[in-house]
Design a protein around this ligand. Structure first.
Ligand SMILES: Cc1cc2nc3c(=O)[nH]c(=O)nc-3n(C[C@H](O)[C@H](O)[C@H](O)COP(=O)(O)O)c2cc1C
Length: 165
């Protein structure tokens, strides 16, 4: 089965560490994402500290699952002049690449939405020091899943497809 079909959001993780070589694989895939004019507007912050993860779990209601995650990656969007309107799109591609690589590595992952909500962006900036030129875009909670055999529910719907021949 393809990794895209296998990927599901994980909100419950076991208490098992994620090794640095696996984290590097996630970051390598993130940085391999396509971006407008190849501007690569991303930087990443890897959070392993339990106290910081707990504080980040209060950034929004949807972030509460970080309480159970052993690590998280905050994706950071850099100011760029190359193709500024496309930066969030590039960041979404990088975030999705982390989720897909996590699936390949048998990790569970959860995209926690941040950008473009100012409150969440500000909440993160109160917890970790982030350079002025960077904007938190997403938080990805990561870890080995409590339930590795989550049901796959295909969403394919031909009614949403129009073919022009
Ligand atoms: C932009 C974005 C923001 C999201 N934010 C959250 C969040 O804050 N908390 C959460 O639990 N899930 C969040 N999700 C995960 C979605 O709820 C999830 O992808 C969706 O319900 C489909 O389920 P699946 O990922 O298992 O296929 C987010 C997903 C995206 C793409």
């Amino acid at each position: 089965m393809s990794l895209c079909l296998k990927r599901r959001s994980t909100r419950n993780f076991i208490d098992s560490p994620v090794h640095d070589d696996v984290i590097d694989q996630l970051l390598m895939s993130a940085m391999q994402a396509p971006s407008a004019k190849n501007q690569q507007p991303w930087e990443f912050m890897v959070i392993k500290n339990r106290e910081v993860l707990d504080r980040l779990s209060e950034v929004s209601n949807g972030a509460r699952h970080l309480k159970k995650a052993p690590i998280a990656i905050i994706t950071l969007m850099r100011d760029t002049k190359t193709s500024p309107y496309m930066r969030p799109v590039d960041m979404a591609a990088a975030t999705q690449n982390i989720l897909i690589e996590a699936t390949e590595q048998n990790l569970g992952s959860l995209w926690i939405g941040v950008y473009p909500l100012d409150e969440r962006i500000d909440n993160i900036k109160k917890i970790v020091t982030i350079d002025e030129t960077l904007t938190p875009f997403s938080i990805v909670a990561l870890g080995y899943p409590e339930n590795p055999n989550v049901e796959i529910k295909p969403r394919f719907d031909r009614n949403r497809v129009k073919v022009i021949e």
